[in-house]
Design a protein around this ligand. Structure first.
Ligand code: NAG
Ligand code: NAG
Ligand code: NAG
Ligand code: NAG
Length: 475
């Protein structure tokens, strides 16, 4: 055993020697559980029958619900996860898309599943994530299959047991979500008099069902019921221990998923005279980045721009969005808040919802592009199916109130306010958009209205123990 581990376990041990039972002590602050459900769209929630939404209803009646959550572009997982934990738009946190390509280094990022995805190249110089900021303020951070929470950032490492490191190549990874609840509830109950608790949980089974089987399938209905049952169970267990007096639960999604229209699936190579002029296409379906040599850029751009496959037909109505918009990097609409991201390609294609672009012949990332996936993300955040969900309950939130839409970048400031931490960097959240969701008392906690920068004092290695209970049990 390394000395670090020895130190770590001694530290854990001392925490556990605190006599918990002698007297009932008050929590030292509010706790926060964020449950992120991949691919749960507001439109899907809206059209699901109430019988399948017992847990969601309890959440909404005892808390707040936004009409929808406006994701950031592209409506992929990684950009939205990073916006959630930094409060910044994609071009400001700069985690560009689920797949990224460094032309310079000739390596790719593949949703965290590729052989080179742990390279510093992708991770350096990013803004501080929520788990770092919370950890620095001595809040216990606990991650379950959540982004790259386990990756050291600056001088801090959130210890996450390997089986809880995110693995997007394993569609069943989050199946056991419900089995974690007793441990989560027990931990909050025991530790809250000494340390505030932050839990970051992710659930992916609903997205997998929608992508594989499509809307309207039995599998998706089942998946909706299953996550609803989890949401119900978690609330029940928190309630039984009286934890809703101190603990907030936010349930949200990264973005919705839109049905793929098989009639409007185009193969990119069919636009091109010479395939070799394309170095690589990165991402697929709703948004595709096209890398070329500078001397071939004009040719490729022109061929894509006038491509027969998606050219307007005779009855074309020019008030309608074209099925495929072809942009040079410099002309990407500013409204997407994306153009200034890293690893951008000289040409980008963005399709209208339903329309997709794939390839069989061109060098691609991902290497295998699915032509049979039933639903995808990637389209513009304001399109109906891309809108996500946001519901929350707990001492920080009003009860039984409905609100208009909020933005993904708004959630970060809410999380920090609940935890009583000042945002360490300027962010894109709009406080007036969320303020009315909160109960009195938020003004006493640090919040974005009096944004102030706090710099870490010393650079010592700090360990956060995500799992006292688990470590102790395994000893
Ligand atoms: C939910 O459905 C109703 C009725 O179909 C519609 O009026 C409303 O705009 C929908 N809301 C959302 C968030 O999609
Ligand atoms: C990973 O990096 C190695 C070494 O730089 C390179 O040979 C390989 O092609 C890369 N693979 C991907 C998928 O980026
Ligand atoms: C988002 O926040 C960053 C950092 O403060 C800022 O540079 C950027 O201009 C903001 N973007 C928008 C659209 O407000
Ligand atoms: C920000 O921090 C500085 C230095 O700590 C302090 O003087 C100032 O009052 C703070 N501003 C606000 C709005 O809290």
């Amino acid at each position: 055993m390394s000395p670090l581990w020895g130190w770590a376990l001694i530290w854990v041990g001392t925490i556990w020697m605190i006599p918990v039972k002698t007297e009932k002590r008050e929590p030292i602050g509010q706790n926060l559980i964020i449950l992120l459900i991949d691919g749960y769209g507001a439109a899907l929630l809206n059209r699901t029958k109430p019988e399948a939404l017992i847990g969601m209803q309890a959440l909404s009646e005892n808390g707040v619900q936004a009409e929808y959550l406006r994701s950031v572009f592209p409506t992929h997982s990684w950009p939205n996860w990073m916006s959630l934990v930094t409060g910044l738009y994609t071009e400001n946190h700069r985690f560009t898309a689920d797949y990224m390509w460094s032309n310079e280094k000739d390596v790719g990022f593949q949703r965290g599943t590729g052989p080179n995805d742990t390279d510093d190249l992708w991770w350096q110089d990013l803004p501080t994530p929520l788990w770092y900021t919370a950890g620095r303020k001595n809040i216990d951070v606990n991650c379950y299959w959540f982004a790259h929470c386990h990756r050291g950032f600056g001088d801090l490492l959130v210890l996450v047991p390997p089986k809880r490191h995110i693995d997007l190549s394993n569609p069943d990874q989050t199946t056991d979500l419900g089995e974690q609840f007793p441990e989560i509830v027990k931990k909050i109950f025991k530790i809250q008099p000494y340390k505030q608790q932050l839990f970051l949980l992710r659930y992916s089974k609903l997205a997998t069902a929608i992508e594989t089987h499509g809307y309207g399938s039995d599998e998706v209905e089942e998946a909706i019921s299953r996550i609803d049952l989890h949401i119900h169970d978690l609330q029940k267990q928190l309630d039984e221990q009286g934890l809703f007096a101190s603990t907030n639960l936010i349930v949200l999604s990264d973005h919705g998923l839109g049905q793929v229209n098989e009639e409007e699936q185009y193969f990119l190579e069919e636009c091109l005279a010479d395939y070799s002029k394309v170095q690589r296409i990165v991402n697929s379906h709703g948004m595709v980045m096209v890398f070329t040599d500078p001397e071939d850029e004009d040719t490729i751009f022109y061929e894509l721009k006038v491509c027969d496959q998606w050219a307007p037909t005779g009855d074309y109505d020019d008030t309608e969005a074209p099925p495929v918009s072809v942009y040079r990097a410099a002309d990407i609409p500013e409204s997407l808040r994306w153009a200034d991201s890293r690893f951008m390609s000289p040409i980008v294609l963005i399709t209208k919802p339903g329309t997709t672009i794939v390839s069989r012949e061109l060098p691609s990332l991902p290497v295998e592009v699915s032509t049979t996936v039933k639903a995808v993300g990637g389209w513009e955040p304001e399109s109906n199916d891309m809108r996500g969900i946001f519901l929350a309950r707990g001492p920080a939130f009003k009860t039984n109130e409905k609100y208009g839409p909020i933005d993904m970048v708004d959630v970060y400031q809410v999380a920090l306010n609940i935890l009583g931490i000042e945002p360490p960097h300027a962010h894109n959240g709009t406080w007036s958009q969320v303020e009315s969701m909160l109960t009195e008392g938020w003004e006493e906690r640090p919040n974005s209205e009096n944004l102030n920068s706090s710099t870490p004092t010393s650079a010592h290695l700090l360990f956060i123990f995500s799992l006292f209970l688990c470590l102790m049990r395994n000893r």
